[in-house]
Design a protein around this ligand. Structure first.
Ligand SMILES: C[S@@+](CC[C@H](N)C(=O)[O-])C[C@H]1O[C@@H](n2cnc3c(N)ncnc32)[C@H](O)[C@@H]1O
Length: 312
């Protein structure tokens, strides 16, 4: 039986600014070490036991397969959002006499990079995928290579480049794509960075008129948990996460000069993703999401934003 969608949206103009929330334990030492001192590591939502590079180096092998509810909800939302992103980015392409440059900022294992590789581009495209984790990037590259070999990628994608980049290392932030990127996606990454550092990265690469599709862990979830995984030894491994609210992300985007396009989207976890069944016409096998995520059923776990860098 098809279950009702738990996708909602809210008008960003109606959100009250509320900077207070109850966080769990905080530990600012690692957060400070990965960002410049002027960036306040407020709203660190956790007690990290390693930095994010080490976390993802160790998580890479099981990241795609451990029943993470956020990945499943993000995958479902991307079914609509990637085609809409392609339409948005290709509008105005007539003014470009070069290949479009599209970036996956914080691509991880390439879960969404492959969607960009399969997407319905009708204009030539180069993809660029950046991440701090070598192990995550290696998986992304392997997935993209496999997709190209299978013949199921879009031939309009001419080249794909994978680079190790630490978005928090402002002094060594690459300049080769400075304001060159026509469109970027950045999924489930904002959580790991102070907002000014994150939007510095977006602003650095996106050209005026460029579009960004950003998704993140919803604050309802981010206030009590964070990205991390349980190792084979049973250790709960956690990096640095920030419990940014949707409102804080929007405010920071506007402060960085971006326009927020349309309403912020929110989506909840559905029981069918754990028990098996259909959501929004998509069929989920039993156990697609791990049982331990059941407490999030019916609650918003995901949010998404569409941003535009204005033409000056
Ligand atoms: C939750 S994963 C999301 C990966 C992928 N975008 C997805 O949606 O599946 C967060 C990613 O952000 C990357 N990341 C975290 N901090 C980073 C930083 N300072 N610079 C670059 N990448 C970073 C991690 O290595 C990881 O791949």
């Amino acid at each position: 039986m098809t279950q009702p969608s738990l996708l909602t949206a809210f008008d960003t103009s109606l959100i009250a600014v509320d900077r207070s929330f109850s966080s769990t334990e905080t530990n600012t030492s690692i957060a400070t070490s990965i960002s410049n001192e002027e960036h306040q590591p407020h709203h660190v939502s956790n007690n990290p036991n390693m930095d994010n590079n080490e976390l993802y180096e160790r998580w890479a092998g099981t990241y795609d397969s451990d029943g993470n509810p956020l990945l499943v909800v993000d995958d479902l939302r991307m079914l609509d959002l990637i085609p809409a992103f392609v339409v948005d980015v290709q509008q105005g392409k007539e003014s470009l006499d070069r290949r479009l440059k599209i970036m996956d900022l914080g691509c991880g294992t390439g879960r969404n990079t492959v969607k960009l590789l399969r997407a319905g581009w009708d204009h030539s495209v180069d993809l660029v995928a950046w991440d701090v984790s070598k192990a995550m990037l290696a998986i992304a590259q392997s997935k993209c290579d496999d997709l190209k070999k299978s013949g199921n990628s879009n031939a309009a994608v001419a080249e794909i480049e994978f680079d190790i980049v630490d978005f928090a290392d402002l002094k060594r932030f690459p300049t080769r794509y400075h304001e060159q990127i026509d469109g970027l996606i950045s999924t489930l990454v904002v959580e790991h960075l102070p907002l000014d550092v994150y939007f510095h990265a977006l602003n650095s690469v996106l050209r005026p008129g460029g579009i960004a599709l950003v998704t993140n862990m919803h604050e309802i979830m981010g206030n009590v948990t964070q990205a991390g995984f349980t190792s084979v030894n049973g250790d709960r491994l956690k990096g640095v996460s920030y419990a940014h609210t949707a409102n804080e992300i929007i405010e920071a985007a506007r402060m960085a000069g971006f326009e927020v396009m349309g309403p912020v989207q929110e989506a909840a976890l559905h029981a069918a993703m754990i028990d098996g069944g259909q959501v929004d016409g998509q069929t989920f096998a039993r156990g697609t999401v791990r049982e331990t995520a059941r407490r999030w059923v019916g609650k918003n776990v995901w949010c998404g934003f569409k941003l535009k860098k204005p033409v000056e």
